[in-house]
Design a binder for this molecule. Structure first.
Ligand code: BGO
Length: 267
């Protein structure tokens, strides 16, 4: 049986460089059905039975661009055995916004922190063990350009895919938000697997119309939306985005040490 691994990340994170390093010349290029978004698939070098799917570069799993819809529909409908989430280590705060959403899909995730060569040159440090603990997934450092850590990443991704271990979300949002997410999860029909319920509940709370289109039964979550919006005096999409940024700030505080501050000086 062949194993499917998906590669997901922001534009400019080094995804193409990594895809080329992982697959060599063994690639097939086409389009995603019905749209002019490029689809690239390859065989993982050294692992003949492992297919690697390169997803479009995206910033979020929201429904606002064709690329986001293509990527998330693939992840929901095809359920790859593992996801490699590549993040640009020099821009990690921004890249983690997508990661927090990828972790909610219930698919095993391994994070590849890219641009290690640049981080080392600057003297910046990402504490990958702490990052791994905070995210609840394995994290490796790589330089896609220099080829550092690529083989280790490939071996770990294959092992993870073979393990069939479901990803569970380790971080909790504010209590009031978690309560409403739990209530919403309880309204979802039984055809949605347990490990995917958090993702669907959050998307319904965000009034994501496109997610409704791919659900067999759509529960009425208007009471849950009302409850959250009254409690926070804001719209649900902003409330959840804000929760993600609070989580990301705590990750950055604990896991990133910079040699020089980003702040501009007056010199
Ligand atoms: C240009 N280290 C370094 N230093 N650079 C990297 C690494 C790494 O580990 N990985 C990728 N890059 P894509 P997406 C470029 O193209 O793979 C670089 O969008 C340039 N081009 O080489 O395309 C990579 O698929 C001129 O840089 O990313 C590329 O995710 C000057 O990051 C860029 C400088 O990689 C994006 C860089 C004409």
């Amino acid at each position: 049986m062949s194993i499917k691994v998906a590669l997901a990340g922001n534009p400019n994170s080094g995804k193409t460089t990594l895809f080329n390093a992982l697959t060599g010349s063994n690639q097939f290029v086409g389009n995603w059905p019905g749209v002019t978004v490029e689809k690239k698939e390859g065989k993982l070098k050294g692992h003949k039975d492992v297919a690697l799917m390169d997803l479009p570069g995206i910033y979020s799993l929201s429904p606002y661009t064709l690329e986001e819809v293509v990527a998330r529909n693939y992840l929901i409908n095809e359920r790859p055995d593992a996801i490699i989430n590549i993040v640009d280590g020099t821009n990690i705060e921004r890249n983690l916004y997508l990661s927090t959403q990828i972790m909610e899909l219930g698919i095993p995730v391994i994070m590849a922190v890219n641009m290690l060569d640049v981080l080392e040159k600057r003297g910046d440090k990402i504490h990958i063990n702490k990052l791994s603990e905070k995210l609840g997934c394995e994290v490796v450092e790589i330089s896609a350009l220099k080829g550092t850590g690529i083989r280790d990443l490939a071996n770990k991704a294959v092992k993870l895919a073979e393990s069939k271990k479901k990803n569970t979300v380790v971080h909790k949002f504010a209590n009031e938000v978690e309560e409403v997410i739990d209530e919403t999860k309880g309204l979802l029909s039984a055809d949605i697997p347990e490990e995917q319920k958090r993702f669907f509940a959050i998307k319904l709370l965000e009034r994501d119309e496109k997610i409704r289109e791919i659900m067999r039964t759509v529960p009425d979550v208007s009471k849950q939306i009302d409850k959250l919006e009254k409690a926070f005096d804001d719209d649900t999409e902003s409330i959840i985005t804000n929760e993600r940024y609070v989580y990301i700030s705590s990750i950055i505080k604990d896991c990133v040490t910079k040699a020089k501050s980003d702040k501009l000086t007056a010199s």
